[in-house]
Design a protein around this ligand. Structure first.
Ligand code: NIG
Ligand code: FE
Length: 408
């Protein structure tokens, strides 16, 4: 793999400043300024100049920055309708929880999503996907959770999977049946039993879920109910993620840790004392500043303590019609700096290496390293902090998905 000087590669990108995202600073551990790609993988890194391998296609980066493709590791981008009316209710003082308890919130999006067939649901979801792709996002996680029965959860996940076939993006799906109680059930325990007996097995049989998620919250499900979901996920050998400690602390994060999950997401109400257990379980804390912003939250996640314990922090849009109607990872990266006081480097790690880890894909994407997928973005910037410091100021020059330019 190293000795390619005489072999022709598919693509050479040279004269670039490379944010490898592999080490303690942007470009560590290499001072390479050129990379070669074959068969969609990074096969060589070195200095620009005569020693570069011959290539079928060559791109002069003109001293711009090259980052890994961005990864949005927590979205709900497949859904029907919108919740602008609830937005106005919130502006008039109603809380997210009050709207939910009044029959709005997630279940109103369930009605809108159920009413669409697969084709219409894809058509409504596609523009949100495209908005992320235009920003250099090359991998997206998409959750179900607005179907809440076998037919409609499967429909959502099929739509999510189909987006990967029609666009230059890797999609990872999570089954989020335990998102809210659908109107046809009165009892949460009965619904959880239905999920583990019927819905998850049907979803799994079609290979539609890469992970299992749940909403551990007063307006979602309690810890014991979420534990039943975790047991079912284990039975099907699926990794676990959790919406935890968003509006209150039900000890959902420690549940994900006990079950050896991938990530704990939201975390505004996480106790600092729980962080060592999350670190010991090798979890990623997925922070969602778009939801914090849209819900006008005031309680911040315990970020300084996470930093002290070196808990990996990922950043994602949480793109959904209620708590985070934001189809822009770059804008959320700005929110992560301004509201959560993360550094631009932490944020960039959060949408590359640690976002990959939150999806269990950290040996394949999220870094510019030999053997990794050639998902890359060339940016017309002088410093990577420019990706975070404003909104709608920067767009990629080139986006490479598995080595192919996809933004022309
Ligand atoms: O991640 N917290 C629960 N689920 C979503 C919100 C979904 C919705 O409001 O439609 C979230 O914030
Ligand atoms: Fe979410």
């Amino acid at each position: 793999m190293q000795n390619l000087e005489s072999e022709q590669v598919d693509t050479l990108i040279y004269n670039v400043r490379i944010a490898t995202m592999s080490g303690e600073n942007l470009s560590a551990p290499t001072d390479a300024s050129a990379i070669a790609i074959s068969n969609g993988k990074i096969v060589w890194m070195g200095k620009s100049g005569d020693d570069c391998p011959p290539a079928k296609a060559r791109f002069d980066g003109e001293d711009q920055w090259l980052t890994p493709g961005l990864i949005d590791c927590h979205t709900h981008l497949v859904y029907g309708g919108h919740r602008a009316t609830e937005f106005e209710m919130k502006l008039n003082g109603a809380s997210y929880e009050e709207i939910s308890q009044g029959g709005g919130g997630i279940v109103s999006t369930v009605s809108a999503t159920r009413s669409l067939d697969e084709t219409s649901l894809r058509a409504e979801s596609q523009p949100r996907l495209i908005s992320l792709l235009k920003e250099g996002v090359t991998t997206i996680e998409i959750k179900s959770g607005y179907g809440l029965d076998t037919e409609n959860e499967i429909k959502m996940l099929r739509v999510a999977r189909s987006l990967e076939r029609n666009h230059p993006v890797t999609i990872r799906t999570s089954f989020l049946g335990a998102h809210a109680l659908p109107q046809e059930f009165e009892n949460k325990d009965d619904y959880i039993q239905y999920l583990v007996d019927e819905v998850l097995p049907a979803v799994h049989k079609e290979g539609l879920a890469d992970a299992v998620d749940f909403f551990c919250e007063g307006i979602g499900f309690n810890r014991s109910q979420c534990e039943i979901i975790c047991q079912a996920a284990k039975k099907h050998d699926l990794p676990i993620k959790g919406h935890v400690e968003q509006l209150s602390n039900l000890q959902g994060a420690s549940l994900v840790a006990e079950y050896g999950g991938l990530s704990v997401d939201h975390l505004e109400h996480l106790d600092e004392g729980d962080i060592p257990a999350l670190k010991a379980a090798d979890l990623v804390a997925v922070l969602l500043p778009g939801a914090f912003y849209s819900l006008s939250e005031t309680k911040l996640p315990p970020i300084e303590a996470m930093r002290e314990h070196q808990l990996p922090m990922a950043i994602a849009t949480d793109l959904n019609p209620g708590s985070s109607p934001i189809a822009s990872l770059l804008n959320v990266m700005n929110l992560a700096c301004v509201q959560f006081k993360l550094t631009p480097f932490e944020v960039l790690l959060g949408v590359t290496r640690f976002a990959a880890k939150a999806l269990g894909m950290d040996h394949q994407i999220g870094q510019i390293q030999l053997g990794f997928d050639a998902d890359l973005v060339l940016w017309p910037i002088e410093t990577p902090a420019q990706l975070c410091y404003g909104m709608n100021l920067v767009k990629p020059t080139l986006v490479f998905k598995a080595g192919a330019v996809v933004n022309e």
